[in-house]
Design a protein around this ligand. Structure first.
Ligand SMILES: [Zn+2]
Length: 453
């Protein structure tokens, strides 16, 4: 019975590939660049239209930022929620694209366009999977809901509040996250958590205007020195963050987390080659110590530093202003608000009241229990499609708005999808292979089928 249904599901996905490719072309043709508010409203409306065309109800709801598309369909005791996003990164630099970023183009079994993987390919993957399950089973085996936001690429600033305000509308039993796919080796990946983030700009304005360094060098405060002195108090050369109380809420990884980390494939040589890194920090060479440090340690990263004259030759100037962008990656159970207030207290305590802190965005860390039954469903169905055990990452280094879904709605989240390391997401020539599309869609369909049983 089940085998027969799975065969029908796979056949439906393969036979309707051209149709879904057409739908993907339609969605990718609508620019939706959240960083520039380019095509956002139009894309939200298009996504709602496409949901309705597939038989779901759909509404475009306001948030404190860009609109959120919510939709619903199917029936049953259990409800599966799909979190996705319709916004994309800017297509720049345009001259590095081999074909127009908003025209879906197929070359050698690979589809190219901005958003083709992140995240419009995943929107189509979910719709194609649902259509195949519906066709094979006569009806969907569960209720399904969609939440498709338009601010993921700018840090989902309004997702926590939106989820908080629409808990009933979004109530579900489990959630399939917006991404997923395979690693370098074609092995499926299951990412169960994400670090949080606290992103700030630190700035110093020491004078009303730049001064001649011969005039002011001995008697005027220098913004660049003030800022670099302040920055140097944040972290020592052993990578220890020196803000008092910074580590007080850090939960160490559980024995189960460490067991999963120890099974991750070693990517030391790939990383060294790709980034030209000679040696890792703290003398780390690989294995569990490297895997653990990479994702279970919070960070303080100077992302950018600006002051004074940096052009050709010399300019004897004393800069009036200096600024730095700094991100802190957070691990359970740290919060961005806590980091912000501890950072302020730390700077004040050392006499750096002149260093201004501007909060540019943040989100809390969150992870799902690796032994949740829904995670087991995602893992077992991955084996069925990819023929290999998935790599299970208890938490990944990056950040996303998973906290309100895990903690406010109380859902287990799994990843499944069409991505691979060569997808060029956020870069020119973003792409998705047709093979990855078919596999990610078959995997998603199997999760829906098993969840609904
Ligand atoms: Zn993205």
């Amino acid at each position: 019975m089940t085998n027969h249904i799975l065969q029908k599901i796979d056949a439906h996905i393969e036979q309707n590939r051209a149709y879904w490719q057409g739908q993907l072309a339609r969605l990718c043709a609508q620019p939706s660049v959240s960083a520039q508010n380019w095509g956002i409203d139009e894309c939200a409306q298009l996504v709602a239209t496409m949901l309705r065309e597939q038989g779901y109800t759909a509404e475009v709801l306001p948030s404190d930022g860009y609109p959120v598309v919510v939709g619903e369909g199917g029936a049953g005791e259990k409800t599966l929620l799909f979190y996705l996003h319709y916004d994309v990164q800017p297509p720049d630099p345009l001259d590095l694209w081999e074909s127009d970023p908003f025209t879906l183009t197929e070359r050698d079994g690979v589809l190219y366009a901005r958003g083709v993987s992140d995240d419009k390919g995943h929107i189509i993957c979910r719709l194609a999977a649902l259509a195949a399950v519906k066709e094979a089973m006569g009806e969907l085996p569960c209720r399904v809901k969609f939440i498709i936001e338009g601010e993921e690429e700018i840090g989902s600033p309004n997702m926590p509040a939106f989820v908080e305000q629409h808990q009933e509308l979004l109530a579900a039993d489990a959630c399939i996250w917006e991404f997923g796919g395979v690693d370098y080796d074609g092995r499926p990946r299951q990412a169960l958590g994400m670090r949080g983030i606290c992103y700030v700009e630190l700035s110093v304005q020491s004078l009303s205007r730049d001064a001649h360094s011969g005039l002011g060098g001995s008697i005027f405060p220098n913004a660049a020195w003030r800022l670099t002195w302040a920055l140097s108090t944040l972290k020592d050369q052993y990578e220890r963050i020196l803000i008092p109380g910074f580590y007080e809420n850090v939960l160490p990884p559980s024995p189960r987390d460490l067991e999963l980390l120890s099974r991750l494939p070693e990517e030391v040589d790939e990383l060294k080659e790709m980034y030209g890194v000679q040696e890792f920090l703290l003398g780390l060479e690989g294995g569990l110590p490297l895997q653990r440090t990479a994702v279970f340690e919070p960070t303080c990263t100077i992302c950018g530093l600006t002051a004074g004259y940096q052009g050709v030759g010399s300019k004897t100037v004393l800069p009036a202003r200096a600024s730095a962008k700094v991100d802190f990656r957070l691990v359970p159970n740290q919060t961005p608000q806590e980091v912000l207030s501890k950072l302020r207290a730390h700077l004040d305590g050392l006499g750096f009241q002149d260093v201004q802190i501007q909060f540019l965005g943040g989100g809390r860390p969150a992870k799902v229990d690796p032994d949740d039954p829904f995670v087991q469903i995602a893992n077992e169905t991955a084996v069925d499609v990819y023929g290999r055990d998935p790599i299970i990452e208890p938490i990944i280094g990056g950040s996303g708005p998973n906290y309100p879904f895990i903690h406010t709605l109380g859902l287990p989240l799994v990843s499944a999808g069409v991505g691979y390391p060569g997808s060029n997401v956020h870069a020119p020539n973003e792409n998705m292979t047709i093979e990855n599309f078919l596999q990610g869609t078959k995997h998603t369909a199997r999760i829906i089928e098993r969840f609904g049983r």
